[in-house]
Structure formats: C-alpha cells, structure tokens
Design a protein around this ligand. Structure first.
Ligand code: HEM
Length: 149
C-alpha cells in the first residue's frame, strides 16, 4: 500500500488540489447566495424557489462531492510515507484549519435547510461576515502546506 501511495503521489496531490478548488468555489459562493437570498428575495416567491434550487444544487452536486474528494485525497497524502512530519507545527495548523473548514461547510448546509423551512434568522450582514471564515482558513492552510514551518 505504501509503495502504491508513493508511486501515485503526484496524481493524488493533483486530484487533491483540483477537489480543493471546487470545494472552495462553493464555500465562497454559497454564503454570497444567502446574502442576496435574505436581502432581496420575498419568502414564498418564485425567486425564493429559484434560490433554493441553486443553493441545493451547489451544495449537493459540487460542494459535497468536492469536500469528500478533498478529504479522501488529503488523507491518502497523509498516509504516504515521508510526506507529513507530525513533529512540525504545520500539519497541526492545517489539521485544525481543515476541521474548521468542514465545520463551516456543515454550518452552510444547516443554513440552507433553514431557508427551505422558512426559519432563517441570520442577516445579510452576518452572512457577509461569515464569508470571511473560509478566506482566513484558506490562508492558514495554504501557508502551512507550502511554507511548512
Ligand atoms: C480535508 C482535509 C485535508 C487533508 C487531510 C489534507 C492533507 C494534505 C497533505 C498531506 C498534503 C501533502 C503535502 C505535501 O505534499 O508536502 C496536502 C497538499 C495540499 N493541500 Fe491539503 N489537505 C486537506 C484539505 C485542504 C484544503 C481545504 C486546502 C485548501 C484550502 C488544501 C490545500 C492543499 C494544497 C494547495 C496542497 C499542495 C501543497 C504543495 O504541494 O506544496 N488542502 N494536503
């Protein structure tokens, strides 16, 4: 198994980065959709239904598969011999940050359900502020994995 992971290292890492790009696109875009949904759309209108469809498809067709693939490829890289040195700080910073990113994904999925049920209480301003969470975590993750402090 170790030999297999070493042989496929660059392919696995390429798929990891491609999955990350798709996941991050959704993590940045879905809160923006929520901002417009809460500020400009009347509950029960045709536009409300349209936004709910866009949000459901973005989450189910892009973000969920991309998150799973990011995790699977990332854990395969962790299991590849010689890649992660747990005595350094960067793997811990990255691990904490990806757990934070996964929590943010789950939070967005929960908010989508609130829009469907008509029970959303989060304002457009709060969604704008939450939109900074993936930006900060992405900075931490990319610096960790490239600078390797
Ligand atoms: C979800 C769990 C994740 C795990 C377990 C994971 C793990 C890893 C590991 C072990 C590497 C290999 C490092 C190396 O080859 O030296 C890596 C590479 C990389 N990861 Fe992740 N990662 C995850 C999520 C993410 C996320 C969310 C991002 C971006 C926001 C990200 C961005 C990258 C990048 C850009 C690289 C390539 C770095 C390089 O080759 O220099 N990863 N990841």
């Amino acid at each position: 198994m170790s030999e297999f992971l070493v042989d496929w290292y660059f392919w696995v890492k390429s798929l990891h980065v491609v999955s990350v790009i798709a996941w991050m696109a959704g993590l940045f875009y879905l809160p923006r959709l929520f901002v417009y949904h809460v500020e400009a759309v009347a509950a029960g209108s045709d536009t409300d239904t349209l936004f709910q469809t866009m949000e459901r498809r973005l989450l189910r067709a892009i973000m969920n598969p991309a998150m799973i693939s990011t995790w699977v490829m990332g854990l395969a890289l962790v299991a590849t011999p010689g890649i992660v040195d747990w005595s350094m700080a960067w793997p811990w910073v990255k691990a904490g940050s990806v757990l934070g990113m996964t929590w943010f994904h789950m939070w967005l999925a929960g908010q989508r359900k609130h829009f469907v049920a008509g029970t959303n209480t989060v304002s457009g301003r709060q969604y704008r502020m939450m939109n900074e969470v993936p930006t900060l975590l992405m900075l931490l993750i990319v610096i960790s994995v490239i600078v390797k402090f």
